[in-house]
Design a protein around this ligand. Structure first.
Ligand code: FE
Length: 248
């Protein structure tokens, strides 16, 4: 069965990376919650998509330049007055949930990996009791290299449309194998049966991200990809139920 990952806690249903969205996702009939992490200036790890607060909150600034107190003074837009969570707080929300973590390691606002960040994320997930239920993702090969050095947990490479077009499928697969990356995730709009077959024939797992509309979700289900991320987890669950019923 194709796995569903609630993207940033279901952005189009609950706001972008909001506590309400993460709490709701923890009770849903799906397999994964996707989220992104950034370091603060004083050593905390914050769950937020962007590297800055500018687009999604009432404050501004790069998270890495702010203290945790400064970040948690921000109110998330459409977030019911709530502030960004720490990774510890997210672990606590999922302690009794059957939903697993899909943790994306983001670069900083300059697009470069944060220094010495990956081992701290792995350690914090371990302390929070969630590491054994975590898979990792990143767009950055260097970050996936860091992950492989820090953890034996599953990981996948997020391949953007421009990178896919620039590399081509064969070079993408070659690069994944060279870096011992076991799974590739592409934007749903660049997914195809041929691309999926090429990846799985090479012994790699294949998934998709950004399946937010009914046609995009149905495409992921029809392909039978391993997993897809969606901003609309409730819609995805309903579509998957219909897909499974139709296949009976
Ligand atoms: Fe993400």
């Amino acid at each position: 069965m194709t796995r569903i990952a609630s993207h940033r806690g279901g952005t189009l249903e609950f706001g972008d990376s909001t506590p309400a969205g993460f709490a709701a996702t923890a009770t849903m009939a799906l397999e994964e919650v996707e989220f992104d992490v950034h370091p603060t200036s004083d050593g905390a790890i914050v769950v937020h998509h962007d590297a800055t607060l500018d687009r999604t909150t009432d404050r501004t600034g790069a998270i890495a330049d702010l203290t945790l107190a400064e970040v948690q003074a921000a109110r998330i837009n459409y977030g019911a007055g709530a502030s960004p969570l720490t990774l510890e707080q997210l672990c606590a929300i999922y302690a009794t949930s059957s939903v697993s973590f899909r943790c994306e390691i983001k670069p900083g606002a300059d697009g470069r990996p944060y220094a010495d960040f990956v081992p701290r994320v792995v350690e914090t997930l371990g302390q929070g009791g969630m590491l054994a239920r975590t898979g990792f993702s990143s767009f950055l090969i260097a970050t996936l290299d860091d992950l492989r050095a820090a953890s034996d947990r599953p990981m996948l490479w997020l391949v953007s449309p421009p990178v896919l077009h620039q590399l081509g499928a064969a070079a993408m697969i070659e690069l994944a194998r060279a870096h011992a990356i076991p799974e590739i995730g592409v934007n749903i709009d660049t997914a195809s049966h041929d691309l999926q077959a090429g990846v799985t024939d090479a012994g790699l797992d294949f998934g998709c991200w950004a399946a937010h509309t009914t046609p995009q979700i149905d495409k992921a289900l029809a392909l039978g990809v391993k997993v897809f991320t969606t901003d609309r987890p409730s819609l995805a669950i309903a579509r998957r139920t219909a897909h499974l019923e139709a296949g009976k």
